[in-house]
Design a protein around this ligand. Structure first.
Ligand code: NAP
Length: 254
């Protein structure tokens, strides 16, 4: 696609995993990318260096999500880093990707884990969108990274599933709200992907095979599989698509 020259993107949780791949892909397509992390600044710098090493543009911003004032802190860092970089203020593409997961069933989940999951996975994206929209130029893009767990029942991840369900609903509401600004809002819903989150499950041949068997292609998703779909949603090619939840599971739910 390569049509994001002059655009500025913010990808939350792009120090590692799927977020890193999305940041790299958007930068490859020409965007200046703000690489966000929560605590792993070393990994975030590695993401940024991989982008600049390939001739792209990146700044790094740190902000813990899920605590009071998180969105304000994130955008204070975003504004400051853009200014220090000499870039125009403003935002074109917001990717709400950062998330955490405390697996647990109804008899295991604690109020603290539930609150933390909702705070990071649902509340933070909402208020990041609120603050991001004050900076977003017309014709912008919001991409929320949800999960296949909102398509079918996943009782072993009840808090995470509820939180991602809320994120899907945020997509719907914002898409309706922002049409008059030409801003599209869509959800990407991955299945199993090769990131730190799935490292333990992938650590044995049997575990790898079990995850691969979910997809009709009999392999585990790669971060780039998700990033390529994000690049489409970030591009002008997706201008007539909004309020949608796009399954990026390699056919795992067929
Ligand atoms: P990951 O490898 O665990 O990376 C998580 C990213 O989010 C990191 O950059 C991390 O920052 C950041 N983050 C987490 N909690 C944070 C907090 N409280 N404050 C600030 N940043 C925080 O995750 P992933 O597997 O790439 O997942 C990315 C997205 O895809 C998530 O929304 C996830 O729910 C979704 N997803 C993943 C899978 C899968 O199989 N991997 C499947 C379906 C959906 P630090 O590096 O600083 O910790």
């Amino acid at each position: 696609m390569g049509d994001l020259k002059g655009k500025t993107a913010l990808v939350t949780g792009s120090s590692r995993g799927i977020g890193r791949a999305i940041a790299q892909r958007l930068a490859q397509d020409g965007a200046l990318v703000a690489v966000h992390y929560g605590s792993n600044d070393t990994a975030a710098k590695e993401t940024a260096e991989s982008i600049t090493g390939a001739g792209g543009q990146a700044v790094v911003i740190g902000a813990e999500l899920g605590i009071p004032g998180d969105a304000e802190a994130l955008f204070a860092a975003f504004d400051a880093e853009l200014a220090a970089y000499g870039a125009e203020p403003g935002l074109d593409i917001l990717v709400n990707n950062a998330a955490l997961n405390f697996p647990g069933r109804i008899d295991q989940v604690t109020p603290e884990e539930f609150d933390r999951t909702l705070a990071v996975n649902t509340k933070a994206p909402l208020f990041i969108a609120q603050h991001g929209l004050r900076r977003m130029r017309d014709g912008g893009r919001i991409i929320n990274v949800s999960s296949a767990v909102t398509s079918t029942a996943h009782p072993s991840q009840i808090a995470y599933s509820i939180a991602k369900g809320g994120l899907d609903t945020l997509t719907l509401a914002l898409a309706k709200e922002l049409g008059d600004r030409g801003i599209t809002v869509n959800t990407l819903a991955p299945g199993w992907v090769e990131t730190d989150v799935t490292a333990v499950r992938r650590s044995t041949p049997e575990g790898r095979a079990a995850l691969a068997a979910y997809s009709v292609f009999n392999r585990i998703g790669k971060p780039a599989d998700i990033a390529d779909a994000a690049a489409f949603l970030a591009s002008d090619d997706s201008r007539w698509i909004t309020g949608q939840r796009i399954d990026v599971t390699g056919g795992s739910l067929l």
